[in-house]
Design a protein. Structure first.
Length: 118
């Protein structure tokens, strides 16, 4: 059974940075895709960033390109989301997910709250 545990969320001022971590267990880390989604109050969950092929391929939502960086550490079974130049619109619960490809996810973490104040 796959378990994903996110951490690193919190309150930050606009322009600041945060790094989210997702510790995974129960899955061969390097052979699956990993992603971050977010859900703001009253909005649908949306894709933020994804990483696959052992870290050799990454994809980002247009809204975070150039500001967020997704990475993975296979030795630590952990996926990271470095978030820079944060904006109030980035405020949401951020979820870690994994699956066979970036188009099909089968496990989700419990989420971590990110709040960006103006």
């Amino acid at each position: 059974q796959v378990q994903l545990v996110e951490s690193g969320g919190g309150l930050v001022q606009a322009g600041g940075s945060l790094r989210l971590s997702c510790a995974a267990s129960g899955r061969t880390f390097g052979t699956y895709a990993w992603g971050w989604f977010r859900q703001a109050p009253g909005k649908e969950r949306e894709f933020v960033a994804g990483i696959a092929w052992g870290g050799g391929y990454t994809r980002y939502a247009d809204s975070v390109k150039g500001r967020f960086i997704i990475s993975q550490n296979n030795a630590k079974n952990t996926v990271y989301l470095q978030m820079n130049s944060l904006k109030p619109d980035d405020t949401a619960v951020y979820y870690c997910t994994t699956g066979r490809t970036l188009a099909e996810y089968d496990s989700w973490g419990q989420g971590t709250q990110v709040t960006v104040s103006s």
